[in-house]
Design a protein around this ligand. Structure first.
Ligand code: SF4
Length: 264
C-alpha cells in the first residue's frame, strides 16, 4: 500500500482549515522528536502537542519546549514526503512561540523610548533624521521668525527651530506647571505679564512667554504671560485682619492675679 496517500485528521491541530495529514507524515513523530534531540538535550523536548498539515506533502509536528526562559514555546519540526515515498524526511526545525508563550514586549526604536528628563551628563542625543522641529539655518523658509534669525551674521547655527517646533514648545509650556491654567496661576494676585520680574523672550514666542527672574518664585523658568504667583512685584501684604501679625490684643481674656510681694 502506498502509505502516503492514506490520510487522517491532524492530531491536536489548531489549524482552522483542518487539512488532513497523510499517515506517513502523521506517524513520523519519533523522526521529528529525534530531529530535535539532534540539536537539544533530551530533557528539552517535551510532550508531542500535535501535527498540522503544511501542504499536501508536508506537516509540522509540535513538541513542548522545556528550556529555561521559554515558557509556552514549542519545537516545530516540518516533515515531508514526496508522492509515492514510503518514508518521510525532516525539512526544517524551529523553536516557535505557542499560544501562551512568554514573549518579549514589542520592539520600540530607541529614539521613541527616550523621555523628557532621561538625558544625563555625558549622554549624546542627536535629533532624529528629518526632525520636524528643525529647519536648516542657511535656507529661506518663508517663516519670518526663522529667516530673520538665520540672516544674522555670525549666528553660527546650522539649524533653527521650525514653526512646528516652536508651536510644540509653546503648547508644552502652556500646559505645564508654569502655564496660565496651573493652580499657582489660579491663586495669583496678578499675571506675570505685569510683573517686574518678568523678562519677555525674544522672537516669535515673545508675546506669550518670558523668563521669571525672581529667586523666590519660578526663577529661571520660562513662564507664560498669564502665569502668576504670590511673589508678583506689585504684591502688597494685606493690612488688618488676615495675619496673626495684625491680631488685636483682647484684654478681656486676661486674668489679673495678685502675686505676693509684687505689689507696692
Ligand atoms: S515673580 Fe511670579 S508673577 Fe513675577 S514673573 Fe515670576 S512667576 Fe511671574
Amino acid at each position: 500500500m502506498n502509505a502516503s496517500v492514506v490520510s487522517r485528521p491532524a492530531a491536536g491541530s489548531d489549524n482552522s482549515e483542518s487539512r488532513e495529514v497523510p499517515f506517513l507524515l502523521a506517524d513520523a513523530i519519533e523522526l521529528a522528536r529525534n530531529a530535535v534531540r539532534a540539536v537539544a538535550d533530551d530533557a528539552a523536548v517535551g510532550a508531542h502537542r500535535g501535527v498540522v498539515a503544511e501542504g499536501e506533502w508536508a506537516a509540522s509536528h509540535r513538541f513542548a519546549a522545556r528550556l529555561p526562559g521559554y515558557r509556552g514555546w514549542e519545537w516545530n519540526v516540518v516533515v515531508a514526503a514526496c508522492p509515492g515515498a514510503d518514508s518521510a524526511t525532516v525539512s526544517e526545525l524551529a523553536l516557535l512561540p505557542g499560544a501562551d508563550a512568554l514573549l518579549a514586549p514589542p520592539w520600540i526604536p530607541w529614539e521613541d523610548r527616550v523621555q523628557s528628563g532621561d538625558l544625563m551628563p555625558g549622554d549624546l542625543l542627536p535629533p532624529k533624521h528629518d526632525d520636524e522641529r528643525l529647519v536648516p539655518g542657511y535656507l529661506e523658509t518663508g517663516d519670518p521668525a526663522v529667516d530673520e534669525a538665520a540672516g544674522e551674521i555670525g549666528l553660527g547655527r546650522q539649524q533653527l527651530m521650525s514653526r512646528e517646533g516652536r508651536l510644540a514648545a509653546a503648547e508644552r509650556w502652556s500646559e505645564g506647571d508654569f502655564g496660565p491654567r496651573s493652580p499657582m496661576a489660579a491663586a495669583a494676585p496678578a499675571p506675570c505679564a505685569t510683573c517686574g520680574f518678568y523678562l519677555p523672550l525674544e522672537g516669535a514666542l515673545r508675546a506669550a512667554f518670558g523668563v521669571c527672574g525672581n529667586e523666590y518664585s519660578a526663577d529661571g523658568h520660562v513662564v507664560h504671560a498669564g502665569f502668576g504667583c504670590g511673589a508678583h512685584s506689585d504684591t502688597e501684604l494685606p493690612s488688618g485682619a488676615g495675619s496673626p501679625q495684625y491680631d488685636p490684643f483682647d484684654d478681656g481674656v486676661v486674668e489679673v492675679v495678685d502675686v505676693p510681694g509684687q505689689r507696692d
